[in-house]
Design a protein around this ligand. Structure first.
Ligand SMILES: [Fe+2]
Length: 334
């Protein structure tokens, strides 16, 4: 090496050595066990849907996230997506959906595209054992809502009905155990499986008005999604009336609440009542104290925009008709 190049190399190296104390080197925080991961994810507010949205932005850098609202707006492959659920509820590891909250308008909206289906899903029950009881219950009831809304809708297929029935069976046999003892690994595993099956059901057969109303409440008041679903599910099922008796009977049979000879109306009422009782045992209230009455028309409009025409619900309702699900939450509070 000639003298000039030697000087250049040494000067370069000296500059970096002098700058060393000021360079932003950092060490990764070491995690001795994978089970420490959920607490970190919770602290950092990260999530599967956030990863989906980030991937969508990489796939479509010129398309703002809010323009991806609705269906099939991405249409490009995302970077590798591995979903590792740390709750048993959203089913996002199986679905083509991501739910986004617009922080400026406090409006929650879903984006749906086949490219949002994760490449891999890791179902490890050890990652859910630190979930507190109320969150276990609320997320589990979110999974139940996915299975029920997918099953009673009019766009079911044989595989989605089968998946929804499996999910309902597992939730009714395991959610209480996971709620009572968070370290019950078999119960946690069954709930993760249930959440996955419920996700498989609703990704093809959609959800319904419970979700549309819950998203409007979650966006406006930051009400946890599972909690809102748990409160709304019995109200909405009641409102569908006789149109869902037959299907709710089938779910009641899967849950072990009714027999094949139980009349449909009786079995359906029993299924709805058992959801109310389950919710009560989990300490989930019937009301949402944060709701402001004058917000209801706008919230119902958001629910209408989300649900109609996409969700194949058993009984169609417009924005005005959807307000019926908000008022009871206020009235019972007073
Ligand atoms: Fe949900």
């Amino acid at each position: 090496m000639n003298i000039l190049k030697k000087c250049y190399c040494r000067t370069f190296q000296t500059a970096f050595r002098l700058a060393l104390p000021f360079l932003p080197y950092r060490k990764p925080v070491l995690m001795p066990k994978i089970s420490h991961l959920p607490a970190v994810l919770k602290q950092k507010g990260s999530s599967i849907d956030c990863a989906k949205a980030a991937g969508a932005c990489i796939a479509r850098p010129r398309l703002p996230l809010k323009k991806m609202k609705g269906i099939l707006k991405i249409r490009r492959k995302l970077p590798l997506l591995i979903a590792i659920p740390t709750t048993a509820g959203t089913g996002s590891e199986a679905t083509l959906s991501a739910v986004i909250t617009d922080s400026s308008t406090r409006h929650k909206y879903p984006i749906n595209d086949f490219s949002l289906i994760p490449d891999y899903a890791v179902l490890d029950p050890r990652l859910t054992i630190s979930l507190p009881p109320l969150l276990t219950a609320a997320t589990g009831m979110d999974a139940l809502t996915h299975a029920v809304e997918a099953y009673i809708g009019s766009s079911t297929a044989r595989d989605t009905r089968k998946a929804a029935l499996k999910a309902v069976r597992l939730i009714f046999s395991s959610l209480e155990d996971a709620y009572q003892d968070g370290k019950n690994i078999p119960a946690r595993k069954r709930m993760l499986t249930a959440s996955y099956y419920a996700g498989c059901a609703f990704t093809k057969s959609y959800v319904g008005y419970v979700h549309a109303v819950a998203h409007s409440l979650g966006g406006a008041y930051n009400i946890p999604h599972g909690l809102a679903n748990a409160i709304l599910l019995p109200y909405v099922l009641d409102a569908y009336g006789p149109s869902v008796y037959k299907k709710l009977k089938e779910l009641a049979v899967a849950a072990g609440l009714a027999g094949l000879d139980t009349p449909p109306q009786e079995a359906a009422k029993c299924f709805i009542q058992s959801i109310r009782q389950m919710k009560k045992r989990f300490g989930i209230q019937d009301t949402l104290p944060d709701i402001l009455e004058n917000h209801i028309p706008l919230l119902a409009k958001y629910a209408d925009l989300e649900a109609n025409p996409l969700y194949p619900v058993p009984v169609l309702m417009n924005a005005k008709e959807l307000t019926r699900f908000y008022y009871p939450l206020l009235k019972q509070r007073q």
